[in-house]
Design a binder for this molecule. Structure first.
Ligand code: ATP
Ligand code: MG
Length: 354
């Protein structure tokens, strides 16, 4: 079977793959001193046609990583393979050609004020020497694709923040790249515009089969649109995987950030336990936990919690108050057995000490 035809419009299965192999970037310290290790032996394989989130604190190396992917920054060592090309090994014309396969979207689209939305989208095509008729056809297609129909003749000052970002995305897609790299694409937008832009990115992935990499500090972005997530810390990967696996791993560094536990009310006259579920085959919902408590003669009530549905599965971080049927706290032995049963079934559970 021809793999490329199997996906129809979504393109070849192998196109858009990103592989990093031992990627290291060391900057000499400006003004002397110790060199800065911005990336320290990054190994990462990003599947095509998926949306990959990369998160990490300020200074973790996210921008350096994306600059290495675009070929703007040369690694100190290691390989950077984008869509079958070792970007790090290319120079000059070959690098420019490879970079046409990589679209970029930034936090601020930095549009040219003197040009309309359509002319801004056409700009990279002009630079690439695409003939006028072809350019106009492509721009009209892109305007529709990103939902800017009717606004294509507006100048940037006549566009909303979300519309400006749509122009930025259309411009990033102009050369029909296999990979779209987005550096904090929604950080300057309000909540509802953020959701619209994320829906657009998800839709583009579906329609074009493009690989999307999103660098973000917003966990809501990761929860809403990413298929995988990678945490960078001091230039190293500390956790990576499918979003559900990462969110459901109660001991991983990202799960509590993806599914935060809101503050519980104080002064509860009961025994309180924290339970993180998502990884368990047996306990899939909060109701499952409450039912188990009943088997231990306890009544469990939910006092705080965050429950998300990721990939069709519930992932929850909840705080339960346990009381026995007559309103008295359950025994220490009962509690230990209840927690042990949960742990054995893959739910991280522990008593909250005041
Ligand atoms: N050109 C450079 N010269 C020297 N050091 C640099 C250079 N660029 C980045 N660094 C250093 O490399 C480390 C990683 O920087 P990077 O910009 O990749 O972080 P980041 O994760 O994007 O942070 P932020 O979330 O604040 O944008 C930082 O310690 C930074 O000071
Ligand atoms: Mg950065």
């Amino acid at each position: 079977m021809n793999l490329c035809s199997a996906r129809g419009r979504r393109g070849c299965l192998t196109s858009g793959v990103i592989t990093l192999d031992g990627l290291t970037k060391v900057f000499p310290a400006p003004g002397g001193g110790d060199p800065v290790v911005a990336l320290d032996g990054i190994d990462l394989h990003l599947e095509p046609g998926r949306i990959h989130g990369i998160v990490g604190r300020s200074g973790a190396g996210k921008s350096t990583l994306i600059r290495c992917l675009t070929g703007l920054e040369k690694p100190t060592s290691g390989r950077v393979e984008v869509d079958g090309t070792d970007v790090a090994a290319l120079e000059g014309r070959a690098l420019r050609a490879a970079r046409r396969n990589i679209g970029m979207v930034f936090q601020h689209a930095n549009l040219l004020d003197s040009r309309t939305a359509a002319q801004n989208i056409a700009h990279p095509l002009e630079i690439a020497g695409v003939p006028r008729a072809e350019r106009e056809r492509r721009v009209a297609e892109l305007v529709e694709l990103v939902g800017l129909g009717g606004r294509e003749h507006n100048h940037p000052a006549q566009l909303s923040g979300g519309q400006i970002q749509r122009v930025g995305i259309a411009r990033g897609l102009a050369a029909e790249p296999k990979v779209l790299l987005c550096d904090e694409p929604t950080s300057a937008l309000d909540g509802s515009t953020t959701r619209q832009i994320l829906r657009l990115l998800g839709d583009l992935r579906e329609r074009l089969g493009i690989t999307v990499v999103i660098i973000t500090h917003e966990m809501a972005v990761v929860r809403e649109v990413c298929d995988t997530v990678t945490l960078l810390q001091d230039g190293r990967i500390t956790q990576t995987g499918d979003l559900l696996d990462v969110a459901a791993d109660p001991h991983g560094p990202l799960s509590s950030e993806l599914i935060p536990l809101p503050p519980a009310p104080t002064g509860i006259d009961a025994l309180v336990v924290n339970c993180d579920y998502g990884d368990s085959e047996r306990f899939r919902t909060t109701e499952d936990l409450i039912r188990l408590a009943e088997e231990y003669e306890a009544e469990a009530t939910l006092v705080a919690g965050t429950i998300e549905t990721i990939g069709g599965r519930q992932v929850g971080r909840v705080q339960l108050a346990l009381r026995n049927r007559s309103g008295v706290a359950i025994s220490a032995e009962g509690l230990a057995a209840f927690l042990a049963e949960l742990e054995a079934a893959g739910v991280a559970a522990k008593e909250v000490t005041a």
